[in-house]
Design a protein around this ligand. Sequence first.
Ligand code: ATP
Ligand code: MG
Length: 435
Amino acid sequence: MIERIYAEDVTAEQDGDEISVAGHVHDVRDLGGLLFVILRDGTGRIQLVFKEDDDADLFAAAEDLSREDVIHVTGIVQAADQAPGGAELAPTAMDVLSESESPLPLEVSKDVDADLSTRLDTRYMDVRNPEVRAIFSLRSKAMAAMRDWFESEQFEEVDTPLLSEAGAEGGADLFPVVYYGREAFLSQSPQLYKQMLVAAGFDRLYEVGHAFRAEDFSTSRHVSEIAMFDVELGFITDHNDVMDVQEESLRHTIRAVVENAERELELLGSELTVPEEPFPRITFDEALDILEEEYGHFPEDPTDLDTKGEKLLGEYFEEQGHPAIFVVGYPKEKFYYWQREGDDIASRKFDLLYRGQELSSGGQREHDRETLIAAMEAGGVDPDDFSFYLDAFRYGVPPHGGYGLGIDRLIQQLAGLDNIKEAILFPRDPERLSP
Ligand code: ATP
Ligand code: MG
């Protein structure tokens, strides 16, 4: 490896030490006999100060630098109040590892407001922008914290297939693929596999994977390929056990981001507070009442919340200090949710709304095979298409539940981004399949 430390780790306390750094040339300022080069790496920027009087050859080499060249520089740290991070470097040696062509396809150091589509076309340039890069550092830290929570709570990580014969949700939102001459589909969700694994004896499992939705959308919160954090747990009493897991893991993740991603949050201008209070758990009917009484709003489909309804509920509870709430008991749910006579709610399905946007769906599942088959038939789903799944319910299945959380939406909210695509390195939408 080329020896180097990261820009964010260079501090005034190292004054007088010899260190090496490496990265892209962010900017060059020539003051005649004095040359300031800003070097940028994945963590930040450091100023290199070349003086003609100190080393004429090194100075000449620095004068030849262009923006976005890749360099490796050794030098002496100098505490400097005016420098970003409180320290700069007086170089003693420099290697140019790679030269950049110019003009650049997208500006990195200049504040040019390119539209999102142009930025995504040249994502390898766009992500060099420190504010953009910060999104993905934050994302990595958030996901590490989320995994940590589940590992420390004795959950096991699993992998389920992305190619199968039938979709988890049925319907038209599937991407067909040619599978050795026959039709198969990309996974919409690991839902059915998670349940089969509970039947197989996994009590507490999670999966970090991708799911594909062939929806024809044009919103700021939908993409065609999504990153999902899926969870399933056995031996639950009811859906509240699932909400407990979701609530605690999310609180832990947000706390970790607030504590460990201070630099990223500041660059992004995202003000994040840890939701310490218990998340309110309201019924679907209560949600409709609030929308009607407070806002005179009626969702078009009376069995679901619409985007505007979610946003208004978000505002209503945010004002009371609750950025996250659960809405429980949606009517007319998919076959795999528990929806039995005698419950005081229509189903044991819940959504988590965070900052006025759906972040996850989950609930207690139906584990009685006959009830499951009846629910499929009532919903127009042919049980014969799902025998691989239904067979798993013949030989003993613990009561269970789980949820699927959209990772991209979570990062969109934590980073305070207008569009979900900004939270994804190489997003997919109905128009975009490249890069
Ligand atoms: P929505 O109603 O917002 O379209 P959904 O109810 O269809 O979402 P689910 O099937 O419940 O989505 O998927 C679980 C989670 O995955 C959602 O809560 C969301 O965070 C995320 N998700 C689902 N579809 C998309 C999508 N097309 N783009 C981005 N995230 C998605
Ligand atoms: Mg949902």
